[in-house]
Write a protein that binds this ligand. Structure first.
Ligand SMILES: NC(=O)c1ccc[n+]([C@@H]2O[C@H](COP(=O)([O-])OP(=O)(O)OC[C@H]3O[C@@H](n4cnc5c(N)ncnc54)[C@H](OP(=O)(O)O)[C@@H]3O)[C@@H](O)[C@H]2O)c1
Length: 273
């Protein structure tokens, strides 16, 4: 797919693999909607892209640990753009970001579930009209191989909390949502896939976990760019990829009842019900 003239929103593009992907998409001619919380880093990337003279960029600041902040981002994008060709839901926090203890979002939800999953769920729903107007268009959910089944009796992990489980639960939720959304969007020209970009890339999230990086943002970025623009995945939807290859996710992803429970809960928590 040519990126010339395409509008792409990538959340969490002020740092890490998102920043790399934003730069690459702009270099290929896209208009990139850079998102993050840090205005200075956001403005810096926009300036860098404009200076390079290919594509274009604008910065959108929003804190995705609040549903109000998430809605504000969708509203700002909808106010400025009539169509969205690609939405990459990439923003995330790691298992140890801001410490190993359990924390909650502005809305009282377990923080990793809120930032990594719920905000992307809400954005995908709110931005759907823009994506439909740009069809064929794509949604890419940046998940992980780190996946833990959701305990529907304690989704907010109030008992026996640990950051790794919370992270892995939020990542499986993204994959389950991808499968459901693909069914909902069938026939609309909007496709949605999820992926594990690469293992322990050299990013802030990995360094904060005290883990020695074993791959680069270029490697993970290539996998994200593949789902965002690869011709071989055109029309494919509801799939999970490990890097460049289609893969199987945790068995709970293929449990229709579990997906239905997650969907009902997410609609309720985000106020979309
Ligand atoms: N690194 C890996 O090896 C790896 C492996 C598998 C999957 N992934 C996934 O890849 C994605 C990107 O990870 P990364 O390693 O590139 O992380 P990173 O370098 O830590 O960057 C995270 C990005 O998310 C944004 N973000 C975090 N919390 C936010 C919030 N509350 N509101 C708005 N934006 C927020 C950050 O914005 P600020 O600049 O405002 O902080 C930053 O732009 C994540 O979804 C992660 O789970 C990463």
């Amino acid at each position: 797919m040519t990126m010339d003239g395409k509008t792409v929103l990538i959340t969490g593009s002020t740092d890490g693999v998102g920043r790399y992907v934003a730069g690459r998409l702009a270099a290929d001619g896209a208009r990139v909607l850079v998102h993050g919380r840090d205005r200075e880093r956001g403005a810096g990337l926009v300036e860098e892209i404009k200076r390079a003279g290919r594509g274009d960029a604008a910065f959108y600041s929003a804190d995705l640990s609040s549903l109000a902040g998430t809605r504000q981002l969708a509203q700002a994008v909808m106010a400025d753009h009539k169509r969205l060709d690609i939405f990459i839901s990439n923003a995330g926090i790691g298992s140890q970001t801001s410490g190993p203890q359990r924390r909650t979002s502005a809305d009282g939800h377990e923080l990793r579930f809120a930032v990594n999953y719920l905000s992307g769920f809400l954005l995908a729903h709110l931005l759907r009209p823009l994506l439909k107007d740009a069809a064929p268009s794509r949604i890419v959910n940046v998940a992980s191989l780190g996946q833990h089944p959701i305990d529907f009796d304690d989704v907010m992990i109030t008992r026996g909390y640990n950051g790794s489980r919370a992270y892995a639960q939020s990542k499986l939720a993204q994959i389950m949502f991808t499968i459901d959304l693909a069914r909902e969007l069938a026939g609309s020209g909007v496709t949605v896939n999820s992926l594990h970009p690469a293992t322990y890339m050299n990013t802030t999230m990995v360094r904060a976990s005290g883990i020695a990086p074993i791959s680069t943002v270029e490697q993970g970025g290539a996998a994200i760019l593949h789902l965002a623009g690869g011709d071989d995945v055109a029309g494919k939807s509801g799939l999970f990829f490990n890097g460049m290859n289609e893969a199987k996710a945790n068995p709970q992803a293929y449990d229709a009842d579990a997906r239905q429970r997650l969907r009902a809960l997410s609609l309720e928590l985000t106020g979309l019900a």
